[in-house]
Design a protein around this ligand. Sequence first.
Ligand code: 5AD
Ligand code: SF4
Length: 453
Amino acid sequence: MLKRLHIKTYGCQMNVYDSERIADVLAPHGYVTTASADDADLVVLNTCHIREKAAEKVYSELGRLRQLDRARRARGEKPLQLAVAGCVAQAEGEAMAERAPFLDVVVGPQSYHRLPELLAQRARARGAVVDTAFPVESKFDHLPVASTPSGVSAFLTVQEGCDKFCTFCVVPYTRGAEDSRPVAAVLAEARALVARGVRELTLLGQNVNAYHGHGPDGRTWGLGRLLRALAEIDGVWRLRYTTSHPADMDDDLIRAHGEVPAVMPYLHLPVQSGADPILAAMNRRGTADDYRRVVDRLRQARPDLALSSDFIVGFPGETDADFEATLRLVEDVGYAQAYSFKYSRRPGTPAAIMRKQVAEPIKAERLARLQALLQRQQQAFNAAMVGRTVQVLVERDGRKPGQRLGKSPYLQAVHFDAPETVVGRLVDVHVHAALPHSLAASCGERPSMGAVA
Ligand code: 5AD
Ligand code: SF4
């Protein structure tokens, strides 16, 4: 009998990838995905623990789903099964099952391949079934071949976990130690994705440039070498990777940016702060000038490279002068895009108990100033595209008739009028306006290189 599965995903791209794999794991057990919780038999919340707000959202959503379940039971309908996956599940485990006793399953990011088994156990158990172990065997050895439909662009997890222990961050606790998938497994998954029409791969890892996978030659491969091998696969037109740590940008990876045309000239390289004392307190393993040097070397290798970053304001001990240093770094580097956050105290992390926590209004004021500057830079970057020809990987139809939608090398959304046949191809378009969330362009219908595949 078919069962309906609704997955709600919070947080990072790794969770987006995991949610697709969860659908793949459940598909052989008769689950088909549905876009709404209302008609679902099973709802999976794939959660994020990175900041307090993200984690709290889960409990309010659980409250809503519980009401839905009660209403169904009152009408004599089938009850809703409820599973929580992801990093909140990992961090809270049994405590979550106690706080929300109506849950069926609580499963961490390393064990979701066991979901069918856990759901079966639930039928026999009295309370929620909790699995937040870090199994010795990788979940990747147990996941079925991907069956979830994907478009022209797909995520591919190559590395998981983090050994960096930045003092603000829960990731090393929720995702565990760094672990890289073997090269052969990554290449096989890439080939399978390409066979299904994928042309752009975004390699994922909490610390993706720390990748050190076992190679078919018996050696350990770094990310640069992996990118070169992926670029050799017929049908791989674009490669990206995220998220990276500045300290792990090794020479070979930097060279790959200059030598491998499929590697897109756009890199998310979080710096967090521009002040050395704060970077030290964050345990970021480098100074602001170290970061500037990495950026310089990347731009020497690939002059058209654009950057994106993450920033935290109001980290414990951050002074006005420290914050000004962050603004200076932003001015020096010039970002195409960035995410910025107020520091959020996460229980169990070293920074949570540091003295000199910054008051909320100061955090808010700094965030507003930083975001205003980043916004100006983003607008200037987008405005500079006007009048230029850019290559777009066409993803789908746009909202208006005749309109198609795709991404520039810099992940800008670009829309333009063109025949349906361009979907899935690379086309050169002429940009004539930079709108708040996209670029408007026109297409001369001259499909370029990759388009003839
Ligand atoms: N408070 C605020 N921002 C945080 N991030 C991670 N942990 C915290 C925290 N405790 C941000 C960092 C990271 C991004 C994914 O989330 O900027 O790069
Ligand atoms: Fe968190 Fe730092 Fe690891 Fe990134 S590098 S996941 S910020 S601990």
